[in-house]
Design a protein around this ligand. Structure first.
Ligand SMILES: Nc1ncnc2c1ncn2[C@@H]1O[C@H](COP(=O)(O)OP(=O)(O)OP(=O)(O)O)[C@@H](O)[C@H]1O
Ligand SMILES: [Mg+2]
Length: 201
């Protein structure tokens, strides 16, 4: 498989955590893995691309890992508006293709959730479709996740994106809904829950 897009039900749901987890897992299996964060938004200290590049000791230039960098911690569409910038999707596709030549697999971390606007008429689900790679949905483990996960999968299917699995993140063992969510989501969506990750701190 040449690429996987890690999307999520929301911002802060664990996409970076899962991207690192999967990249390290693939490496242990002997796979040469690269990562990408197509668009970052916000202060440099919070930049996922810089974090992943450092953690995985990748020598790809940051301009390939993170071709579009916005200053404001907002969805790309409003951030670009404030910064008076016109975002070029072609730049992302080109960087992805370049990274694909350098690695067997490229794990692309999304931004926010699937309906986040990149331009007025183009959202994250459209980007996944145009990159032509399947998606994994990262979702919270506990109460509320059935709704968010099913909505996310529905939006991806509407955009003709293949969803290969769901990763439930942040199991605490304290929440009764955590025990039943995976089965219900699998039953209703027909998509497998690939991993259930514990909250590690
Ligand atoms: N399973 C976990 N155990 C411990 N900490 C976690 C876990 N998952 C996520 N976190 C922490 O929660 C915070 C949010 O997670 P993360 O940055 O991966 O979310 P995200 O979906 O990538 O957010 P963004 O939309 O900003 O890219 C981070 O501080 C991360 O280290
Ligand atoms: Mg992130």
């Amino acid at each position: 498989m040449s690429g996987i897009f890690i999307t999520g039900t929301d911002t802060g749901v664990g996409k970076t955590f899962v991207t690192l987890y999967l990249a390290e897992k693939f490496r242990r299996d002997g796979i040469n893995v690269g990562v990408m964060k197509p668009i970052s938004a916000g202060p440099d200290k919070d930049n996922d691309a810089v974090y992943l590049k450092k953690k995985l000791k990748l020598d790809d230039p940051i301009e390939l890992i993170n071709p579009i960098r916005l200053k404001h911690p907002l969805a790309p569409y409003p951030a670009a508006k404030i910064e008076n910038r016109k975002l070029k999707i072609g730049k992302i596709i080109k960087a992805y293709k370049e990274l694909s030549k350098r690695h067997q697999t490229v794990i692309v971390e999304g931004l926010g959730g699937v309906a986040v606007p990149i331009t007025k008429t183009y959202c994250v689900a459209d980007l996944i479709h145009d990159l032509n790679i399947p998606a994994i949905v990262v979702a919270r483990a506990g109460l509320g996740t059935i709704n968010h996960t099913l909505l996310t999968i529905g939006a991806l299917i509407d955009c003709h994106v293949e969803v290969i699995g769901i990763i439930l993140n942040g199991f605490t063992g304290k929440n009764v809904s955590e025990k039943t969510n995976a089965k219900v989501i699998e039953e209703l969506s027909g998509i497998p829950v690939l991993e259930k990750l514990k909250w590690t701190t």
